[in-house]
Design a protein around this ligand. Structure first.
Ligand code: B12
Ligand code: SF4
Length: 514
């Protein structure tokens, strides 16, 4: 069959700071090819809706598969599915990905027949069976693990047996030069591990993967890396190098093979402190950017988000990150309850520290624990506003003032790390990029004000809403596991984290602790 695989358009964040290859869709596309199908991949982060319809008219796929990792992309995907259905009535249209897995029935209902199926969970595991059913017996679709249709639901989704067997179809992207993060321009993505054993209330990384944590073997990781042409590498793991040993082994193999690349990764403060040797090695082999999920600058906030790390540890981690002498960015979560004074305090702190501070807004969304406990308070159910850059919970300040304060705080990043100051700091690197025809980084430097603007944020709230997220049945003080997970958790022991020692038992390695 001919399959058109589609990644939706960029959200706010991607319009400025970075744009990355859709790794999840590439892995799924590879599984489709391995099942004997022809695949065309289109990424609407770098191509247009007009391009999409051109491919549809010219190529007339038998199947269209949308990747829906982001809740804010749901309306776009539903509308594209509806238009696709009118053009190709017999085409099988399905959706998969992180967010689609949490709002599967909702997507099918909004689409009113334009979407045939949502495939929950890890795509590579379910896609071969789904394609088999589509090709030979469409009645069998509802028996595929993870499949949800308007007529019924298959068994729960399965995990892929081993991450080592996966390969992303990187060759299917035509505009690879468009992917970048900061000075890593161009930049490819790679995965060394999947899942997260922690359970922060605002996050759905753990609920998607049943709080499991699986790793790629060092040999396989380095083979994949060696096959990538781009020098910049974005490591997509939720928390990089939870197992310091895996990080060390990959790093040593990279050094042995003489691979020279520049890396970006995201991790937690406690993981950084526990695995100093690993991160030192990575700094030596090219780690340039590190993003730390600090989230709050008070112990109360950390407890509320169940971050399971103390403020003291986070500050200690920041000190250590600084000592490595590279670009460090941290994330803070702005609570809609913040008043002017609170924003002021945060701004003072941001101005005092040398790091880039990224501010997101506390947002309960389907798949998170806070969606089950807090969704009754939401002020809007417009999917497009659930991108952690908009306030969907009631704000203490009038909404317009909240956005004024938020953007004023985010402006610090713009003033200190974008525009001329950034260009002056890395003029030589930027010149090299331009000489090689790479202009993503340079263009990024002056985009902030056209995207981060409180008036635009307010205007987003006034747009007509076609699709609304339904609320969960009843507010739940302590949600049960079955209400949270896409992939079921595999037992209590595997999920136990000892707050005192910050150690957890890794279920994939039979009781080994990290
Ligand atoms: C790397 C990453 C990014 C990267 C790159 C994303 C990209 N280009 O795809 C960057 C940094 C750009 C990013 C940005 C944002 N991100 Co992000 N990101 C992630 C992260 C950590 C890993 C994603 C990844 O690549 N995983 C590895 C690949 C292999 O897995 P995957 O993409 O999930 O794909 C698998 C399945 O989802 C499924 N699948 C995917 N597509 C398809 C398609 C079909 C047809 C099928 C069947 C299956 C399928 O199968 C794949 C293979 O198993 C996830 C957390 C997570 N663990 O999922 C958050 C996550 C997806 N991001 C999140 C958020 C909030 C954002 C931002 C909105 C944050 C912001 N500050 O603004 C922005 C928006 C970006 C945008 N779209 O414009 C949230 C999503 C919340 C939501 N429900 O909407 C997540 C879940 C993190 C979280 N803690 O909650 N992100
Ligand atoms: S540690 Fe990070 S990825 Fe893991 S649950 Fe918390 S926020 Fe999500």
């Amino acid at each position: 069959m001919r399959i058109l695989a589609v990644h939706p358009s960029p959200l706010m964040y991607t319009k400025v700071f970075l744009r990355l290859e859709p790794l999840g869709l590439e892995v799924v596309a590879q599984a489709m090819r391995a099942s004997g199908h022809e695949v065309y991949l289109i990424d609407l982060q770098v191509e247009t809706h007009a391009d999409y319809f051109k491919v549809l008219d010219r190529w007339r796929p038998d199947v269209v598969a949308f990747s829906c990792n982001y809740l804010a992309n749901v309306p776009e995907i539903i509308d594209l599915a509806k238009l696709t259905r009118t053009k190709l009535p017999n085409c099988f249209i399905f959706v998969g990905g992180h967010s689609a897995s949490f709002v599967s029935t909702e997507c099918l209902e909004h689409a009113a027949g334009a979407i045939d199926c949502v495939l929950k969970g890890e795509g590579e595991a379910g896609v071969p069976l789904l394609l088999e059913a589509i090709e030979h017996d469409r009645n069998a679709v509802i028996r595929v693990p993870g499949a949800v249709t308007l007529d019924g639901e298959g068994p729960p989704p399965r995990f892929v047996p081993s991450l080592d067997s996966l390969r992303p179809a990187r060759d299917l992207l035509r505009r690879r030069h468009k992917y970048f993060i900061g000075v890593l321009d161009p930049c490819a993505s790679i995965e060394f591990a999947r899942g997260c054993p922690w359970d922060c209330t605002f996050c759905s990384a753990w609920t998607f993967y049943g709080r499991s944590y699986r790793t790629v073997s060092p040999d396989r990781a380095v083979d994949d890396l060696a096959s990538i042409k781009e020098r910049g590498i974005f490591i997509v793991d939720d928390v990089a190098f939870i197992q310091g040993k895996q990080g060390l082994e990959i790093g040593e193999a990279i050094a042995r093979r003489g691979i020279h690349k520049s890396y970006y990764l995201e991790t937690r403060g406690d993981v950084l402190l526990r695995n100093k040797e690993t991160f030192r090695l990575w700094r030596r082999i090219g780690l340039q950017y590190m993003f730390l999920g600090v989230e709050a600058i008070d112990d109360d906030g950390l407890r509320r988000y169940r971050k399971r790390v103390s403020l003291g540890r986070n500050f200690e981690a920041l000190e250590f990150a600084r000592s490595l002498g590279m670009m460090v960015a941290i994330n803070l979560i702005a609570d809609p309850d913040w008043d002017r004074r609170r924003f002021e305090v945060v701004r003072e702190w941001c101005n005092e520290i040398p790091e880039v501070v990224n501010i997101s807004v506390n947002t309960p969304y389907p798949g998170t624990e806070s969606w089950l406990t807090e969704s009754r308070r939401v002020q809007t159910r417009d999917y497009r506003l659930y991108d952690i850059q908009h306030a969907v919970l009631p704000t203490r300040l009038p909404l317009a003032e909240f956005y004024d304060e938020l953007v004023k705080t985010q402006q610090i990043l713009n003033r200190r790390f974008m525009g001329w100051p950034a260009l002056r700091a890395v003029a030589k690197i930027a010149t090299g990029h331009v000489l090689r025809g790479q202009t993503n980084f340079l263009r990024m430097l002056w985009k902030f004000n056209s995207v981060y603007d409180s008036k635009l944020q307010i205007a987003d709230h006034q747009k007509p809403v076609t699709y609304e997220i339904p609320l969960p049945p009843a507010p739940q003080a302590s949600p049960e596991a079955k209400d949270l997970y896409v992939h079921a958790a595999r037992g209590r022991q595997s999920r136990a984290i000892d707050d005192a020692t910050e150690r957890f038992v890794d279920q994939t390695r039979m009781g080994a602790t990290v």
